[in-house]
Design a protein around this ligand. Structure first.
Ligand code: B12
Ligand code: SF4
Length: 460
């Protein structure tokens, strides 16, 4: 049986290089994991399409189509689902957005998978083969916080070209923190660990020296993290991942990070304002400690991608210039900015909906690059223009050069990052696809207060 697995696309994280559109990201693990989970039965043949680097074969003779849905990609995912169902091919939808808004997704699917699919997807495939596909497959919560027996992702089916990093590994899911804008605590409360032997097995299966670790916050269980890093040292690979700024507090952890091959970390600084951080439940980030954290990370020869968010209730128009100054003085190697976005299921979504400040529920705009809320101390247009101004100013050659000159051996990566982001900045400042939608100028009292499942986006 032919199973077509699709990761729907969104208009972001792409740049032109040598006449081709490339994806400025690591290859996602979603489809290779689903293919591995279904491969125990040799009767299933999987074809994987990540639409950000590959065209969807709309006439593929699939017996079943599975589509993975994030909020920002939901519109496209539903359109693809409607297309295949119109052709008579049954469609299964799964992923973060389906877990958050199952009723909305169910309108575009023959079956939906809510939550993790390690147990439900093999069961769904077996029932489909037997002609008994159910409407809803819901994951059972893990009893002990350990995710065991996950097979190695089907890296052999993974397209290699078109990505910054074609191989990805995952050790943990979830996060112990509860930042108000983040979807992770809404879908995976607490930390879910995989056995270290399984992770080592997956890393060994990668036919390359470099990989990405896609965990959002893998270092919060410090003993587990140290054991994992120690186990990675003999593998002699280089890797990059994500962490919170607090990672720099522990000298032994930093040393192990370097020895395990870590050369890049994406850190959520989020704001230069202490009050904003407390308000979003990220008070464990202390702006006064940022400089020391950066010094230690650079000493461990780790390139830092530093993320900042604009649009918090504490932000006024001065936040853009203040953040730009901080980024330069902290010597952030690759700065990145986002807009405060109330993903469904988050505390932020519920609060702002109650305050009538959600301007649109068109999920296509929920990519953190469009203003979808009424900010407290600015107009939506001021927020959007400030966001674009900060991006433009950050990646002017003069500022990029200053960051590069102070980067020492990290300079080539800082240069590569600056070039990729200059390209991205040109897109958000000039190109089609990043215009601010008309809805953001609508007064708050015209905004629907119905549930997201009733919104017009669901019929897109
Ligand atoms: C790696 C990663 C990325 C990668 C790749 C993401 C991807 N899948 O396309 C990159 C760097 C591209 C990325 C980008 C972004 N990301 Co991201 N990312 C992640 C991260 C850290 C891990 C995802 C992953 O690979 N997990 C491992 C796989 C195995 O798990 P999974 O995808 O969830 O799939 C499992 C189940 O969900 C289910 N499943 C999933 N799909 C399907 C489909 C079917 C048919 C079935 C049966 C089951 C199923 O089965 C899988 C096995 O259990 C998650 C955090 C997280 N813990 O999930 C955030 C996360 C998915 N990202 C998020 C966000 C917000 C973004 C960005 C908007 C950030 C930004 N400002 O740029 C962009 C949007 C990209 C886009 N195209 O729209 C949010 C999504 C919120 C939302 N409601 O959609 C998350 C949850 C993080 C967060 N802090 O909230 N991201
Ligand atoms: S933003 Fe980061 S630290 Fe906060 S809850 Fe999400 S994953 Fe955890």
């Amino acid at each position: 049986m032919k199973i077509l697995l699709i990761l729907a696309d969104a208009n972001m994280h792409k740049f032109w290089a040598f006449g081709r559109l490339k994806s400025a990201r690591e290859a996602p693990l979603t489809l290779t994991t689903l293919a591995a989970l279904g491969s125990a039965d040799p009767g299933f043949e999987f074809r994987l399409i990540d639409e950000s680097v590959d065209a969807v074969p709309l006439d593929y003779p699939a017996d079943l189509v599975g589509i993975s849905v994030l909020t920002g990609t939901a519109r496209r995912a539903y359109a693809l689902a409607d297309h295949f169902r119109f052709r008579g091919v049954p469609v299964v939808l799964g992923g973060v957005h389906v877990t958050l808004l199952p009723d909305e997704a169910a309108r575009h699917a023959d079956a939906i998978v809510i939550g993790m699919a390690e147990k439900t997807w093999p069961r769904l495939l077996a029932e489909f083969k037997a002609g008994r596909l159910a409407k809803v497959y819901r994951d059972e919560p893990l009893t002990d916080g350990w995710l065991r027996d996950v097979p190695t992702p089907r890296y052999d089916l993974q397209r290699r070209s078109g990505y910054m990093m074609p191989y990805t590994v995952q050790a943990t899911r979830g996060c112990i923190h509860t930042c108000d804008f983040c979807t992770v605590p809404a879908i995976y409360p607490g930390l879910i660990r995989r056995p270290i032997a399984d992770i080592v097995r997956d890393i060994k299966a990668i036919p390359a020296r470099r990989f990405a670790l896609s965990d959002v916050s893998p270092f919060d269980d410090v003993p587990y993290a140290k054991e994992l890093l120690r186990a990675m040292i003999p593998l002699k690979k280089k890797w990059g991942g994500l962490a919170t700024v607090r990672i720099a507090d522990d000298g032994e952890l930093l040393d192990l990070l370097h020895r395990s091959g870590c050369r890049y970390l994406l850190l959520g600084f989020e704001s230069v304002k202490r009050r904003a951080l407390s308000a979003i439940h990220k008070g464990f980030n202390k702006p006064d400690d940022y400089a020391e954290a950066m010094r230690r990370l650079h000493q461990a020869r780790i390139v830092v991608q530093g993320c900042f968010v604009f649009g918090f209730d504490e932000d006024t128009q001065s936040v853009f210039a203040e953040t730009l100054d901080e980024v330069q003085s902290l010597k952030i190697d690759i700065p990145r900015y986002s807009l405060y976005t109330p993903y469904p299921g988050t505390k932020l979504f519920h609060r702002l909906r109650g305050e009538g400040r959600i301007l649109t529920q068109d999920w296509g705009q929920y990519d953190t690059m469009h203003v979808v809320i009424q900010p407290k101390n600015m107009t939506p247009v001021e927020l959007y223009e400030g966001f674009r101004w900060t991006y433009r100013e950050t990646f002017r050659w003069g500022r990029s050069l200053r960051r590069m000159l102070s980067a020492g051996t990290r300079a080539p990566i800082v240069l590569a990052g600056a070039m990729a982001y200059r390209n991205f900045v040109r897109r958000i400042c000039t190109a089609k696809g990043f215009e601010q939608p008309l809805e953001v100028t609508a007064p708050a009292d015209r905004i629907s207060s119905t549930s997201p499942a009733d919104d017009r986006a669901s019929s897109a």
